[in-house]
Structures are given as structure tokens and as C-alpha cells.
Ligand binder design. Structure first.
Ligand code: BV8
Ligand code: ZN
Length: 245
């Protein structure tokens, strides 16, 4: 569908907007996704690395994987898609970002009202008492212990771990009460996050998907754009900004 044919007059600057994102929005920043052919999971078994069992079995393999990712993220910069969201958030006052990503690029791009469903790779906590602990870069690859004796791990949500209740409740509430949702760069396979576009649409939102590949949500998206976020989101911003002003 051509952008010019998309009509956005039904929205105003008071519309409630949700930007729901996955690893694909960081792809153009050079950060590997999970399920693309050269993604993280193609090299490792996710259940092994992003799980309590995997961490118990080989903590330094898991800590090394996160340290490698953190180094790649430090070298990366937010891309045009992250930056467009900051522009959108000036246009739509009631807008939030709900991300599955742990890379912190939304925050670095100046996006606000961010729900980090799966935590943040730059924070560490105790695996037993949950206390947040500052680590310097040196010892992020080795197993450190909390004063309670627990192992220190990245503050991310692993498979089989529950998402922070306040975060997931806030995200569902935002999705169920928005007028417009963009679902960007997610294969829509990981639950409960993947439920969000369906929830938004069920509650009357207009949902636009941006992904070079089709996903389990594509067939029912109001608009599904087979494109890269970094190239099409700036164009959609220009189109909507022109129609709203
Ligand atoms: C939970 C960690 C309740 C941080 C991640 C058995 C036991 C327990 C739970 C389950 C179970 N079986 C199933 C479940 C539920 C499970 C689940 O969903 N499993 C799947 C496999 C079915 N979920 C959970 O375990 C969740 N917790 O349910 O707790 C509970 C508790 C106890 C017992 C029972 C239940 C926890 C899920 C969180 C797991 N942690 N990451 C980290 O290391 O990063 S998941 C991981 O996948 C990342 O967070 C990632 O963000 C997320 C989703 O992936 P995507 O973001 O979609 O990325 P992906 O690579 O898949 O897709 C990228 C897309 O981008 C592609 O479509 C591509 O086409 C597109 N793209 C590429 N380039 C671009 C682009 N798009 C736009 N522009 C581009 N340029
Ligand atoms: Zn502890």
C-alpha cells in the first residue's frame, strides 16, 4: 500500500499511541536479532543461554554471551527508526514504547514512557535475593556473588521466568486502551509479549505492522508493511505529521 493512500485523519495529537518493538528495530543499528538466519539463536540454543537451567549449567558461557552482546550494543547507535519514535512522541502526547529489547537503544534515542518487558542488559541483579548490583566491565564475564551468596546475573527475563508484574500489567493496559499501535520488528512468537498487538486490535486500535517478513499477526494487521523500520518509519512520520497539521 502506498503511504499517500494511508489516511490518518481519524487520529489527532490526543490519540493514544503505542510503539511495540522487537529485535528487528535494532537490526539497522547492527545488533543481531534472535531468529533471523544470522541471529543470536542460530549460533546458540536460546533455552540454553536465556534460562535458569543454562545459567546454572554454564554460568560463564551465559555471562560471556551477554558481555559480547553488551559490547556490540556499546558500539551501536540508535537508528532512524528509534529517532522517528522520538519525533512521533512530540506529535502524539499520549504515546508509550513497549519493547522486548534489552539493548536500551530506545532510551538512548530519547524515547520516553518505555516499558522494558524483558529487562535491560546493562543492569545486573542477584539471582537469589533480586538485589541490583553494580558490576564494572572487567568482571561481567565471570561469576560474581552477592553478599547473600546468590549468583549475579543480567537483569533480563529468561525463558520460564515471569515478567515484572507492574511492567506487563502496564503494557497490557496501554495496549488495550490505545487508538493506534505500531508493531515493529518482532516475529511475534514470544509470549506474553506477542499477545499485545492482538489485544490492541481486539480493543479497537488500528494496528500497523512493520517487518520485512510476514509474522503470525500480519494477516490481521490493519496495515502490514514489508519494509525495514529504519527506512519506512521516517516516511510514515512525515505523512502523519502532514495530515495532522
Ligand atoms: C513466561 C531474554 C510465565 C533477554 C527473551 C515453558 C515454560 C515457561 C514458559 C513457556 C514455556 N513454553 C512457552 C513458554 C512461554 C515462553 C515463550 O513464549 N516461548 C516461546 C518459544 C513460545 N515465554 C516465556 O518463558 C516468558 N515468560 O511465560 O513467564 C511463566 C513462568 C514460569 C512458568 C510458566 C510460565 C519469558 C519470555 C522472555 C524470554 N526472554 N530474551 C535477552 O536475552 O534478550 S526472548 C527474546 O525474544 C528477546 O527478548 C526478543 O526480543 C524476543 C522476541 O523476539 P523478537 O524481538 O521478535 O526478535 P526475533 O529475532 O524473533 O524477530 C525479529 C524480527 O525483526 C523478525 O521478524 C525480522 O523479520 C524482523 N526484522 C529484521 N530486520 C528488520 C526487521 N523488522 C524491521 N526492520 C528491520 N530492519
Ligand atoms: Zn543476593
Amino acid at each position: 500500500m502506498m503511504l499517500e493512500n494511508m489516511r490518518f485523519e481519524r487520529f489527532t495529537q490526543d490519540s493514544r499511541v503505542v510503539f511495540f518493538t522487537g529485535a528487528g528495530i535494532s537490526a539497522e543499528s547492527g545488533i543481531a536479532t534472535f531468529r533471523d538466519p544470522d541471529g543470536h539463536w542460530s549460533k546458540y540454543d536460546p533455552m540454553k543461554l536465556a534460562s535458569q537451567a543454562g545459567f546454572r549449567e554454564d554460568p560463564e558461557l551465559v555471562l560471556g554471551w551477554y558481555a559480547d552482546r553488551r559490547e556490540a550494543i556499546h558500539k551501536a547507535k540508535p537508528n532512524a527508526a528509534h529517532i522517528s519514535i522520538s519525533k512521533f512522541q512530540k506529535l502524539f502526547r499520549h504515546s508509550v514504547v513497549i519493547t522486548q529489547n534489552v539493548d536500551g537503544l530506545h532510551e538512548r534515542a530519547g524515547n520516553r514512557s518505555i516499558y522494558e518487558l524483558h529487562g535491560n542488559i546493562h543492569r545486573h541483579k542477584c539471582n537469589s535475593c533480586g538485589k541490583y548490583i553494580e558490576l564494572n566491565d572487567m568482571n561481567m564475564r565471570i561469576l560474581n556473588r552477592c553478599e547473600c551468596g546468590g549468583s549475579i546475573r543480567p537483569d533480563v527475563v529468561w525463558f520460564g521466568e515471569s515478567l515484572a508484574l507492574e511492567t506487563i500489567n502496564g503494557a497490557f493496559n496501554a495496549a488495550q486502551n490505545c487508538d493506534l499501535m505500531f508493531t515493529i520488528g518482532t516475529s511475534t512468537q514470544i509470549y506474553p509479549a506477542a499477545q499485545l498487538p492482538f489485544e490492541a486490535q481486539k480493543n479497537g486500535a488500528f494496528v500497523i505492522e512493520i517487518n520485512p517478513e510476514a509474522t503470525s499477526f500480519s494477516a490481521q494487521a490493519d496495515i502490514s508493511l514489508r519494509d525495514k523500520a529504519g527506512s519506512i518509519l521516517p516516511k510514515i512520520y512525515e505523512e502523519i505529521n502532514a495530515q495532522l497539521n
